[in-house]
Design a binder for this molecule. Structure first.
Ligand SMILES: [Zn+2]
Length: 116
């Protein structure tokens, strides 16, 4: 499952960073996830609850910000949002030559915790 491996690496990264900053507990993790990653927020939450169970993450909450999938047409320069049908054809001019502007994001925005 895609989401499990994403969360595993998020938890590992946060734990390492928290330790090096002297945190004993993590209360909140904010994750930014683009639609093109195909990671489902519900599954990410589920994976977080399953994996973030040790002392440091006991009461931690996961907040997810989803980024819409937006493209820029390289022919007519119009911007458009791609919906769940993943139709990457420009609605203005009908070309399929597009750049993805947002939607590929997958990163930890920040985390909060208590220092020891
Ligand atoms: Zn176009």
């Amino acid at each position: 499952m895609h989401e499990l491996s994403i969360i595993q690496s998020v938890v590992d990264t946060v734990r390492e960073s928290a330790r090096s900053h002297g945190f004993i507990r993590v209360n909140k993790v904010k994750l930014v996830v683009g639609k093109l990653t195909m990671a489902l927020p519900d599954s990410l939450q589920f994976a977080f609850e399953a994996l973030a169970v040790d002392e440091m993450f006991k009461d931690a909450a996961l907040e997810i910000e989803e980024k819409e999938l937006c493209c820029l047409c390289t022919c007519c320069q119009s911007r458009f949002q791609v919906n769940d049908d993943y139709n990457f054809i420009c609605p203005q001019c009908g070309q399929g030559q597009v750049d993805v502007i947002t939607g590929r994001e997958l990163y930890i925005d920040y985390f909060e915790g208590d220092e020891g």
